[in-house]
Design a protein around this ligand. Sequence first.
Ligand code: AMP
Length: 290
Amino acid sequence: MTTAMGTLVVERVETMQRVCRQTRWNARLGLVPTMGALHEGHLSLIRAARRECDVVAVSVFVNPAQFGRNEDFERYPRTFEADCALLEREGVDMVFAPSSAEMYPRGMGQVMVDVPEVGARLDGRARQGHFRGVATVVAKLLHIVGPDAAFFGQKDAAQVAVLKAMVAELNFPVRMVVCPTVRESDGLAMSSRNRNLSAEERKQALGLWHALVAVHALVDGGMVDAGRLRRELVGALQAAPGVEMEYAEIVSAETLLPLEEVRDGALVAVAARVGSTRLIDNIVLPGRAR
Ligand code: AMP
């Protein structure tokens, strides 16, 4: 199906493969994987893809394989019509929106891509099996689309580490582009799940950002001991009203393993529940000038 403004909407894997094969012949193809409920964060990835590629494909698929049994798969916001209108306005060439049956014709879990070490850290520890679902769906999308470049958000820093490891180890011929986190004017990281916050919870959600900013200020002031910084981070989250901390870690952005010092840069990553909504955020500390 083609919309009025020329965006091609594809639901079938076979069709997407055929169209992408033809496209790759004489154009640089960019892929932006999403779960829809699009916001400015997603749009920043799409704009980066448009700058770097001739043709841009966006996938919209709420991937059941990355949700645990008691997680929010059913509650996850779905706004496909509005998403398509936004994607048209952004000049996206192709939208790939398969059903679950189309993506997993044998049922989920028949073949999975596992990144056992990096994928078991941060969200991978908190959400068992989550990154197996993410790696599997992204591997499938990379096979189906065969993009020259794929675009991801720094907002999901652990996901970036897992996918970079997967792409390197499985030799996907794709360039991984990571785009900065887009925030609301008060600092809250944009997220599809923010739609599920009440007005009160929306205010409380800022506790994650404030905790990260506090750590950044301590590092600016010269503190490099990751243990001390982490205690401050945990303290700030625990003191934030309405914020129920899940994890707060200071780790290597590549391996997601805890650091002792932050002199050479570090990922400061947090996850917390605000009401029944799970939110994540992070900052990357700058490395020493060499
Ligand atoms: P999602 O639809 O939540 O699976 O996200 C799709 C892509 O958009 C992922 O690569 C996310 O990291 C990225 N993304 C989500 N929120 C933001 C944000 N606030 N800033 C930048 N990228 C984002």
